[in-house]
Design a protein around this ligand. Structure first.
Ligand code: NAD
Length: 350
């Protein structure tokens, strides 16, 4: 069975990916700095599993990464670790540069040095897979789709830092021959997403009876992909992707933010009707738009379908219903994030 070094595996997508991989019998060394976005509660079901080795640490710590690579001899490195929230990047871009650019560089250097010393067969089978975003391509008008050849035009400090990391990954292939793969994916949603992102935020606020904040006119368009489908795309690219290539990953599911929020409200009306008989949509409140807010993202994932046979298994309607059900059934996970106890325990304060 394979051994993978996964970074950022206590976060939203990385956590889902690690749970799935360990469930399939892969040995995962999970390197995560446990920033505010890292949550070991997500990994509770695999605690004590000999196929999951959790290491708290920074991807930019070359010495630590080199030690982990030497000790565990992975067949692949999959890089999810990042600062990932656009609003936070507007308030404080420096951390985004530190982790997403400088950190990724450290991870690449340590991986290159490890990979160079592998014996021939393992060296050619080795992969470094970098998980990135469609936000690197900038914003679209009413029509058109991002393809793998769309020029990069990042607009937020977050997307600029991810664009820089994508370029470094590409450069490590062209300069040093490191066998890299890059995936650029649209907006994810699903289990274990930190409740600062649109979908879990709206569910939590709706249930709390709080206003549901919508940026601007609510007509910004995003393509939405269920997290389990993103994880299956990454596994497929890892298995069969062509070294040095980039693959766009998307859900063929363009929605305006206001449509997403209305859908969640409708699902909650059915599942958890309000005692006062009002509907959740009555909590919607429009707030001042995010500065530089990209209007529309839409992704052409046909290369992944054509070349590697991958397609999402869930429609938006299926995925969003499953997600609302998961949040309703896992209020404790959400509450421990909202009250901060998921972090206090980690640093021994409870
Ligand atoms: P997240 O913020 O939920 O998780 C990030 C994880 O990385 C956290 O566990 C955090 O503790 C860890 N981390 C942060 N800095 C680190 C460092 N210096 N060293 C080690 N670990 C560190 O993010 P996510 O939504 O799961 O996104 C994962 C990756 O997927 C990111 O690279 C993001 O750019 C990309 N992506 C996300 C989406 C999305 O919709 N969420 C879409 C496309 C691509």
């Amino acid at each position: 069975m394979a051994t993978w070094l996964v970074t950022g595996g206590a976060g939203f997508i990385g956590g889902n990916f690690v749970l799935d991989a360990v469930g399939r019998g892969v040995k995962v060394v999970n390197l995560d700095a446990l920033t505010y976005a890292g949550n070991k509660d997500t990994l509770a079901s695999i605690e004590g599993n000999p196929n999951h080795v959790f290491v708290e640490g920074d991807i930019g710590d070359r010495t630590l990464v080199a030690e982990l690579l030497a000790e565990h001899q992975p067949d692949a490195v999959i890089n999810f670790a990042a600062e990932s929230h656009v609003d936070r990047s507007i308030d404080g871009p420096a951390e985004f540069i530190q982790t997403n650019v400088v950190g990724t560089l450290g991870l690449l250097e340590a991986t290159r040095d490890y990979w160079k010393l592998l014996e021939d067969e393992r060296q050619s089978a080795f992969r470094f897979l970098h998980v990135s975003t469609d936000e690197v391509y900038g914003s679209l008008g009413e029509t058109g789709l991002f393809t793998e050849t769309t020029p990069y035009a990042p607009n937020s400090p977050y997307s600029a830092s991810k664009a820089a990391s994508d370029h470094l990954v590409r450069a490590f292939h062209h300069t040093y021959g490191l066998p890299v793969l890059t995936t650029n994916c649209s907006n994810n949603y699903g289990e274990y997403q930190f409740p600062e992102k649109l979908i879990p935020l709206i569910i939590a606020k709706a249930l709390a009876g709080a206003p549901l904040p919508i940026y601007g006119d609510g007509k910004n368009v995003r393509d939405w992909l269920y997290v389990g489908d993103h994880c299956s795309a990454i596994r497929r690219v890892l298995e069969a992707g062509k070294v040095g290539e980039t693959y766009n990953v998307g859900g063929n599911s363009e929605k305006q933010n206001i449509e997403v929020v209305r859908t969640i409200c409708g699902l909650l009306d059915q599942r958890r009707p309000k005692a006062d008989g009002t509907q959740y949509v009555s909590q919607i409140t429009y707030v001042q738009d995010r500065p530089g807010h990209d209007r529309r993202y839409a992704i052409d994932a046909s290369k992944l379908k054509r070349e590697l046979g991958w397609e999402p298994a869930h429609t938006f309607e299926q995925g969003i219903a499953a997600t609302v059900d998961w949040y309703l059934a896992n209020q404790q996970w959400v509450n421990r994030v909202l009250d901060g106890s998921y972090r206090l325990e980690r640093i021994g304060q409870v």
